[in-house]
Design a binder for this molecule. Structure first.
Ligand code: FES
Length: 106
């Protein structure tokens, strides 16, 4: 398991023991006040939007084109920190990664 630290929509920090090989979204969506992930990970909704803590930037692979397009539709898009959590696979080197669930955007 890989420990992630997730700040939920209520601003609470929650430690998650994430399963490697699954996406971050699949590991955090069951938390209360977490991502909605409406499309189930198909990169077509942006309801799994998270902000990566500044201390953890540079630890993730770059965004693919499809992810960049979806994120650009978000009112909360942050060019440095925004990611779609369904597009990031959990790997052991992400131990301790900190991320923030973006509040509902509508
Ligand atoms: S779950 Fe829909 S884009 Fe990630």
């Amino acid at each position: 398991m890989v420990k992630l630290v997730v700040t939920d929509k209520d601003g609470r920090d929650v430690e998650v023991d994430a399963r490697p090989g699954l996406s971050i979204m699949e590991n955090i969506r069951q938390l209360p006040h977490s991502v909605e992930a409406v499309c189930g990970g198909l990169c077509s909704c942006a309801t799994c939007h998270v902000l990566i803590d500044e201390r953890s930037l540079g630890r993730l692979p770059p965004r693919r084109y499809e992810e960049r397009v979806m994120l650009a539709t978000s009112p909360s898009f942050d060019p440095q920190r925004s990611r779609l959590s369904c597009q990031i696979k959990v790997t052991p080197d992400l131990e301790g990664l900190r991320l923030i669930v973006v509040p509902n955007e509508s």
